[in-house]
Design a protein around this ligand. Structure first.
Ligand SMILES: [Fe+2]
Length: 311
């Protein structure tokens, strides 16, 4: 299976509609895809990966290998309730907590901030394109992910390393799950794989990212907003005997008090009086049902009904 690749450089030219159709299909049928030519500076992504790897070596690695989980695996016992990963979270928007990360250098702080500033532009662009593909206002996802007073969406990053694992059969790097939030943009290792998505009854291995590609998947809130048209897909990380995988998953998510609901435009008409439907049907029987559904939806969900045509 070849994972869809969305080439952002084609969005402004005569290939736009082709690329938009590919994106729509990727969101509907896959729930994950790669983005290439996205304008995020490759030198910046290389630098942020290098600095995070150094941070892991200095601050996280020793602690991880002294953990109870490592001891459990040494006894050759299977582990079902832990993940073979070492992680920390950074919040970027609306308020950054990056300076509170223990032992973080100014260089890593600044590089991460620069990278995230560019990544937010990509996340917003993607949220606009997805809204457009759903036939909604361009700002629909952004507004839905914001609080009633306009704060949001939230941007955060889960930084994770999946250290070399002496016995990868006994544990998962990260157990099977779907993501809770919105749009997830992943900057991942360019050498060590391990990420897998479940599609059509099979686990699809996501290869390490080459050419500065950003891997994207959609979370549960996109599934709800799109009324199930776009799906959040189950995925996991398998640990590796020889490689230590880096994963920086940045989330473009709703803020805590955002009210989430399926876009009304994507819903079937509801709560109308059947008599009204029949009345309309009588006039539109030989037309397409789509416009009829739209018309009945616009009748105020049954409040404007009449009772003189019930059959
Ligand atoms: Fe995930």
């Amino acid at each position: 299976m070849t994972i869809p690749v969305i080439d952002f450089s084609t969005l402004n030219g005569n290939k736009r509609s082709e690329t938009m159709a590919l994106l729509h299909e990727a969101c509907q049928k896959w729930g994950f895809f790669m983005i290439e030519n996205h304008d995020i500076d490759a030198r910046l992504t290389e630098k942020v990966k290098k600095l995070v790897n150094e941070y892991y070596e200095k601050n996280l690695k020793d602690g991880f290998y002294k953990s109870e989980l490592v001891k459990t695996l040494e006894k050759q016992e299977k582990t079902f309730d832990k993940d073979w990963e070492t992680t920390f979270f950074i919040w970027h928007r609306p308020k950054s907590n990056i300076k509170e990360i223990p032992n973080i250098s100014d260089e890593l702080c600044n590089t991460m901030d620069e990278y995230i500033a560019q990544l937010i532009l990509l996340a917003e662009k993607l949220s606009e394109l997805m809204s457009e593909n759903l036939g909604l206002e361009k700002t629909f996802i952004k507004k839905s992910f914001s609080s009633p007073n306009g704060i949001g969406p939230v941007m955060g990053t889960k930084v994770a390393k999946y250290p070399e694992c002496p016995n990868p059969k006994l544990v998962r790097g990260l157990r099977e799950h779907t993501d809770a939030g919105g749009i997830i943009l992943l900057l991942q290792d360019d050498k060590v794989g391990g990420l897998e998505f479940y599609k059509d009854g099979k686990w699809v291995e996501i290869p390490p990212s080459k050419n500065n590609a950003i891997f994207v998947n959609t979370g549960d809130q996109i599934e709800v907003l799109s009324n199930g048209l776009y799906k959040s897909v189950v995925h996991r990380v398998m640990p590796d005997k020889d490689g230590s995988r880096l994963s920086m998953a940045s989330f473009y998510n709703p803020i805590g008090d955002a009210i989430i609901a399926p876009a009304p435009k994507l819903l079937y008409p509801s709560h109308y009086c059947y008599g009204d439907y029949l009345n309309l049907y009588g006039k539109t029987k030989f037309g397409e049902k789509g416009p009829r559904f739209e018309a009945i939806k616009n009748m105020g969900n049954g409040h404007a009904h009449t009772n003189n045509n019930i059959v």
